[in-house]
Write a protein of this length. Structure first.
Length: 85
């Protein structure tokens, strides 16, 4: 009977952006159990990562932009019914 893998062996890590710091992080994580996936906007860098055996995906810059977050108080105000007068 084969032993079941532990949860540590099934870890997946996602690195968003793979500049010099991201690349160092990917290199350090490659020695650990589990898988590493990278999202990167530079197509040449994605190809190099793939050649090294890293699961890399090219993404558009627009896909990576954070959405502005409205303050919590403004969100609550939008959902309250108007007060009767």
């Amino acid at each position: 009977m084969t032993a079941r893998p532990s949860w540590r062996d099934m870890e997946t890590r996602l690195v968003v952006g793979c500049g010099s710091v991201g690349y160092d992080l990917v290199s350090a994580l490659a020695d650990r159990p589990g898988t590493v996936s990278v999202l990167e906007e530079n197509e040449r860098r994605v190809e190099r990562l793939r050649e090294e055996g890293v699961a890399a995906t090219h993404v558009d810059r627009l896909d990576c932009r954070p959405r502005p977050v409205r303050p919590r108080s403004a969100r609550r105000r939008d959902h309250r019914p108007p007060r009767p007068r």
